[in-house]
Design a protein. Sequence first.
Length: 291
Amino acid sequence: MKPRDLADLVLLAALWGGSFLFMRYAAPAFGALPLMWLRVAIATVCLLPLLVWRGQVGALRERIGVVTVMGLFNSAIPFVLIAWATLSITAGLASILNATVPIMTALIGAVWLRDRLGAGRVAGLVIGMAGVVLLAADKADFKPGGSGWALLAMVGATLCYGFAANFTKRHLTGVPPMVNAAGSQIVSAVALTPFALWTWPAQTPAPLAWAAAAVLGVGCTAIAYVLFFRLIERVGASRAVTVTFLVPVFGTLWGALFLGEAVTGSMLLGGAVVLVGTGLSTGVIRWPAHH
């Protein structure tokens, strides 16, 4: 990987890791639905001109049906679930749980698309799920004020991402990346508008909360999407997906630095197990071959 591509990878991880920090900070002020509407609306404003400039509006119009499904399950629904979860759990824990997306993708691909899973990928799925259990073991409290529902929301978000990845593979292969990126944000902005208006906070959020929402939309969504698809074009999807390993590092780091979140031993252990499972399920870490 060239230095420029490595820099893009680290920057992308820092931005996506930062998204958990900004959601954790701004979600209490806005609420999950209004904040995520702002995120996708701002990203739409940034990405739509790029789509027009590349002359790909027609391509979006032709595939609007499948792009709508992909946008709902790749942005609107998981974004809201994650933002709601960050009201109860730390940015670090949310970012670690989010790292199970490749595991969910492999699991759904095996069930839905009959993707063949070798011994290494099966081991990765089992190890990754064990990591989630380790992380959730002392936090899955479903009493009022507990974080059990937030943990389930994070699992729901990763299932949405896993479904969206397989849906894209099946129905959107060959579609220009910018069509997927801009289209998903446009669809999400339209879908979330009535819910955002209905739940808009009665008290105007503070300027710093607005700033966090702006960074979420511009940096953690629009710029991040451009970086991600540029990485896929330059180094391939299998290498680009290694960003999954770096996002929890930044998510935990930003939460500790700026929100004073504690980094516990169980988080580090559970996170390490999740990342090993993710590495095996994506093929980044190779299962020992038998001779």
